[in-house]
Design a protein around this ligand. Structure first.
Ligand code: NAD
Ligand code: MG
Length: 382
């Protein structure tokens, strides 16, 4: 029985993690859950999975929840301290970081310090603090198991080939809903159009990131952090049907890819059952129904989110944190109707242009970068 804590249990990855747990009775036990404020759903999850503790970031919602579940032997925690306790204090063997944004940095670090393995979905933490997290995880003997489908594919393509040198990582991208749109057409994109992803059903923030290609930019940096490769070794390949989830090209020219349906429950479960592939709730791919597997090249002239990410990781230091923090602000501003679709990458570009790089930033410095960018963006674009 593997003990699991889920940070962000009410979201897209969080609920699919609980689907995986539900589908394999006796294999997993949920020891802790956490969310920002959706206590109606969290209460249902607590009643079903009976964790030892649950945390709600919003303190009023936490107080409300505590009243609602007072008939159960569950500790209700609140705020950042609560998220940290869920990661470090529960008896979890592995923490699924299904929270969105840099808010996940401190809880993830706490989990690593407590020796918990990490099923890493929260890519913003890996992008901005990966230079701290990865070495610390190695020192602590903590496994970082990627949940992002592309990184799970790469991780699988690397398994058992320790002495082979990676030539390139081939990171696949669906291209999002505007893959074939002209630049001019993107000016008037609505939030609703940007939220209609062709192949994946995901949370709102990452769906917008997929439409701008910033998600792929974050994933390039995530791949550099997780697999210790240079940005020149990561090539983004368009694969509109999301059947090939990514691949590794070895120095002899062999390409090892991982394929499957676009169902996040597969990479989530693999992070929990690694190194074993066990029966899962996902429908397997039907090869008689596949008409084609298209391959293409990303349009970097239209979607600046990707080239800006390469620039951020090449400049290094705090620049990936600048790229990510500017995007977190701009993505939310677009979703709230405050800026246009194309403004998202403009904000990132301008923020990077005026930023100074701090070498090897600490976690406090990374979070200070975010605070400063939020403050300045409110004044400049708000
Ligand atoms: P989501 O918006 O659906 O869910 C986010 C979860 O985080 C919710 O449970 C929410 O309550 C919680 N949360 C947000 N802010 C919080 C706070 N301050 N305190 C506590 N909890 C908080 O997001 P998602 O799509 O599930 O994505 C989660 C992470 O996984 C993101 O980093 C995303 O990039 C990554 N990811 C998602 C997918 C996907 O298919 N959804 C695929 C790959 C990677
Ligand atoms: Mg992905």
């Amino acid at each position: 029985m593997k003990n699991i804590a889920v940070l962000g249990s009410t979201g897209s990855i969080g609920t699919q993690t609980l689907d995986v747990v539900r589908a394999a009775p006796g294999r997993f036990r949920i020891t802790a859950l956490a969310c920002r404020s959706r206590i109606d759903l969290l209460e249902k999850q607590i009643r079903e999975f009976l964790p030892d503790m649950a945390a709600v970031f919003d303190e009023d919602a936490a107080a409300d929840l505590a009243v609602r579940v007072r008939d159960l032997p569950v500790r209700i925690l609140k705020g950042m301290d609560g998220l940290i306790e869920v990661c470090a204090g529960s008896r979890a063997d592995i923490v699924v970081t299904a929270i969105v944004g840099m808010i996940g940095i401190r809880p993830t670090m706490a989990a690593i310090e407590a020796g918990r393995d990490i099923a890493l979905a929260n890519k913003e933490t890996c992008v901005t603090a990966g230079h701290i997290i990865m070495p610390r995880a190695r020192e602590m003997g903590v496994n970082i198991l990627p949940v992002d489908s592309e990184h799970s594919a790469i991780f699988q393509a690397l398994m058992g080939r320790h002495d082979s040198k990676i030539g390139k990582i081939l990171l696949t991208a669906s291209g999002g809903p505007f893959r074939n749109a002209a630049y001019e057409e993107l000016k008037n994109v609505t939030v609703e159009q940007a939220l209609a992803h062709p192949t994946w059903s995901m949370g709102a923030k990452i769906t917008i990131d997929s439409a701008t290609m910033v998600n792929k930019g974050l994933e390039v940096i995530e791949a550099c952090r997780l697999f210790d490769v240079s940005p020149d070794q990561v090539q983004v390949v368009l694969q509109p049907q999301s059947i090939i989830h990514s691949a590794v090209q070895y120095e002899d020219g062999s390409v090892i890819a991982q394929l499957g349906p676009s169902d996040m429950r597969i990479p989530i479960q693999f992070a929990l059952t690694w190194p074993d592939h066990l029966p899962s709730p996902a429908e397997p791919l039907d090869f008689t129904a596949i008409k084609s597997i298209e391959i293409g090249v990303p349009r970097n002239d239209v979607f600046k989110g990707l080239p800006l990410a390469y620039e951020a990781i090449r400049r290094g230091g705090s620049m990936p944190a600048v790229y990510n923090a500017a995007n977190e602000w701009a993505n939310a501003a677009f979703r709230h109707g405050r800026i246009g679709f194309l403004d998202i990458c403009e904000v990132i570009e301008e923020t990077m242009a005026s930023a100074t790089v701090t070498e090897n930033p600490s976690i406090d410095e990374i979070l200070a970068v975010q605070e400063e960018i939020n403050r300045r963006s409110e004044v400049k674009y708000g």
